[in-house]
Structures are given as C-alpha cells and as structure tokens.
Design a protein around this ligand. Structure first.
Ligand SMILES: Cc1cc2nc3c(=O)[nH]c(=O)nc-3n(C[C@H](O)[C@H](O)[C@H](O)COP(=O)(O)O)c2cc1C
Length: 210
C-alpha cells in the first residue's frame, strides 16, 4: 500500500478492544519512525515514553479526555519535549553526533555557539514551544507507520499535562508532555467515528498557488 492509501485508511479511533495487543515488533517500528524524524538542528529535543502498565494507564486516565481509549488501548506513547534548551544539552547532542561521525568534537562549534546565543537568551516558554513543535513531526511519522502496519491509533492532546507530568515524573527528567498517541485495535462496535467519511478541505481550498 502507498503512503496515501495508508493515510486514507487511518482514522483517529474512539474506542479500543482491550483484548487485542500490538506486537512488540510493531511497537518497535512505530517508535523507530518517530526516532528517525527530522528535528531542528538535529537536536531531537524530546523523548518517547511507552506505557504498557495498566496501573499507570489508570492513573493517566484521570486526566484524559478519552479515558476509555487510555484504558483499553494496547500501548500509550507519550511525546515529551525538553522543558528548555541548555548549553549542556546542545553540547551532548553535538558531541554524540561528531563521535558517531568520527569527527573531532567542536567541529560544529561555530554553529552550536549561534544556537546557544539564540536559545539561551530566550525565555524557557519560548524554547519549550520550539521543542514541543519538533514532536509533531515525529507524531505524524509514527501515525503513518502505524497505518502501514494496520495498527489503529489516536493522536491526542486531550489530556491533563499536569497529571501526565506528575504520574510519569517528567519534571525530574527535564521534560514536559506534549501529546499522546494511543495504539491498539479498534473496538469496532463502539468506535462510532469509523463509519463516517474522512473529511478534508478540498485541494482547491487547501493549496494557495502563486
Ligand atoms: C495533535 C492532535 C491532537 C488530537 N487530539 C485528540 C484528542 O485529544 N482526542 C481525540 O479523540 N482526537 C484527537 N485528535 C484527532 C483529530 O480530531 C483527528 O485527527 C481529526 O479530526 C481528523 O480525523 P482523522 O484523524 O480520523 O482523519 C487529535 C489530532 C491531532 C493531530
């Protein structure tokens, strides 16, 4: 199936069958698609948390707009971005990159100095808005990979960041939750949106040509 066919196939599932689990092989592929996402300056300023534990899902469900999705899906993926850019974080990524490429550390120092000049002089909220934006590219690729595997999914911002950050101890990790992705297999009897037409604005309205 082509990417376009996969994107037409997927929809944001509203009810999951709790008896059906996604194989760890498929979970790995979905995570890999997110890991390979491009990010601004290659900083990959976020982590992906995989929630399998039912007890944790129950705690997270307390702040969820779709608590039944949280409870009944197979795995919850949490996209959590750096709360801030720091010189140490930037240097750690670039030291790793140069080591992996067999280049001397500091090879990109003039570039990382520019990044630090910008980021370290901005409020942390501005930097978090930037790190959070990076996660959406990864979310999109993960959704596309899930669709290729015929794994059902729901991207979700409908949750309490306060609850997710507290339950998962994200502050200690220097992270803040941005979005969730429920994965699993739809409960076809209760996934009320499934029979409805996928609606997108027509290309003639979507595209502005010059
Ligand atoms: C960033 C993002 C956040 C979303 N949050 C929720 C959510 O909290 N709950 C939900 O049921 N759907 C959520 N959705 C799903 C959208 O409503 C859905 O993708 C949109 O209506 C298009 O429908 P489709 O994905 O089924 O084609 C979210 C989608 C995105 C991309």
């Amino acid at each position: 199936m082509s990417l376009i066919e996969n994107l037409k196939w997927r929809h944001a599932v509203k009810a999951y069958d709790s008896t059906k689990k996604v194989s760890e092989e498929h979970v790995d592929k979905i995570v890999e698609a997110a890991r390979l996402a491009p990010t601004s300056s290659g900083l990959q300023p976020f982590k992906l948390l995989i929630i399998r534990d039912q007890g944790i899902k129950e705690q997270l469900a307390k702040g969820a707009l779709n608590p039944e999705c949280m409870r009944n899906c197979s795995h919850v993926l949490v996209f959590a971005a750096w709360d801030q850019y720091t010189a140490e974080r930037i240097d750690t990524v670039y030291d790793f990159t140069t080591d992996e490429r067999g280049l001397p550390r500091g090879r990109f120092a003039s570039y990382t100095d520019q990044l630090k000049q910008i980021y370290l002089n901005q409020p942390s909220e501005v930097n978090f808005a930037h790190t959070a934006r990076q996660t959406y590219i990864a979310l999109g690729l993960a959704l596309a990979q899930a669709a290729e595997l015929r794994v059902d999914s729901t991207p979700a911002e409908g949750f309490s960041n306060e609850v997710v950050d507290r339950v998962l101890g994200l502050e200690k990790l220097g992270l803040k939750s941005v979005s969730l992705m429920y994965i699993g297999y739809a409960d076809e009897a209760n996934d009320w949106i499934a029979p409805m037409k996928k609606v997108r604005v027509p290309k003639s309205e979507f595209v502005i040509e010059f």
